[in-house]
Design a protein around this ligand. Sequence first.
Ligand code: CMC
Length: 431
Amino acid sequence: MANNVKIIYNNQSYSFPIIEGSENEKAIDIKQLRSKTGFITYDPGYKNTGHCISNITYLDGENGILRYRGYSIDELCKKTTFLEVCYLLIFGELPTKQQLDKFQFDINKESLVDEHVKEIFHSFPKSAHPMGVLSSLTSAMIAFNPKNENKLSLKESAKSENDKILYNSTVKLLAKFPILSSWTLRKIKGLPLNYSSDRFNYVENIAYLMFAKPNQEYVQNDIVVNALNSLLILHADHEQNCSTSTVRIVGSSYAGLFASISAGISALWGRLHGGANQAVIEMLELIKNDNSNINKYIDKAKDKNDPFRLMGFGHRVYKNFDPRAKIIKKATDQVLNDLGIDDPVLDIAKEIESKALNDPYFIEKKLYPNVDFYSGIIYRALGIPIDMFTVIFALGRIPGWIAQWKEMRESNSPIGRPRQLYNGPNERSIK
Ligand code: CMC
């Protein structure tokens, strides 16, 4: 088989190598396209553009496959904890018991929040969206940890020092992000702020942070903890999506980890990305309050002149099914059943899914329920307010962002800087 691709233009032939990934995915290496031919490529939304070579997550959108470092998400959900998956994504292998204990111990050591950060938190209005608050507070972590930022030297001789700084930033983020996230929830619910407890493992602690009530003994609900564990694993990485690409591109200028992740949180917030889980519940409520008129909303979604879209449907890379959605749909039934909750929007969601999957518009365009279609229903059953849904997505995605940032930095990735075709006015003078 040929190992290069030829572009013929004006009777001149230019050759570009084909490169292949470990799962036989192929790419044309066009690094020298412009210097050889004078052309750039035009690919809005980077629909065909690979901007890195990565060892972290494998995704086959045609066959609905998603693996972290070679392990299927299905198996990881069944056999591992979220903290083990964090370790796997960031360091490349599942931890031994000793490595996991040390990781948990190091995270526990970072489980206090600077009083000044608390003051900043208090200065946000109660009505502030938690994603905006968290993006700001993650950015503010730079001011309180200046040694962790922008200091990672390019020199090979500094590797062991860099590794230490990065490890320290990693455990700080993994320790503090759940606390700050739970504070946004506690503020919404009018509960006093609390701190982590080292009585619990990582996910148990997240549940404790969110749900412990003052003057009441906290009793762990294993259904809630198990559901959270799976949901966080399912959100932990998703290769080069909008927020992860943002994290990589911000970090490529040598901005530090906290600054890059703060930008990732903002990118995730939008309703075409992580914000879709909130948008799905808002849509389902809208339909319920409109006499559950599902057909009306399916027609609106298909109407090119109507901006309405079925939220939680469609995906840039999944063209068969989203394997995360399959697992979450099953978990939704289980969690609602175990908690004895009857949520009428679950029936609406199932009916929308069944109608859309049999509708030529959705079939032709290969639009299936994505990870966000059912997740909001579980979050609501767990007692998480709607404004917090995307925060849970972010909580899960933190290890993926860290792993991708680390890989980008360690591979000496060039600064991200796409080109453009200029189509504005030609040179003119002020009259
Ligand atoms: N409802 C109705 N039509 C849709 C939908 C939808 N949810 N999604 C895509 N389409 C149509 C779209 O109008 C377009 O039609 P045409 O070819 O006639 O112009 C075609 O399908 C292709 O859509 P696209 O917008 O060009 O595809 P994209 O890859 O640029 O966008 C998407 C992917 C996820 C942004 C989009 O499907 C969408 O807006 N979905 C709803 C929001 C959502 O659920 N987002 C969560 C994504 S999963 C979580 C995550 O990882 O971020």
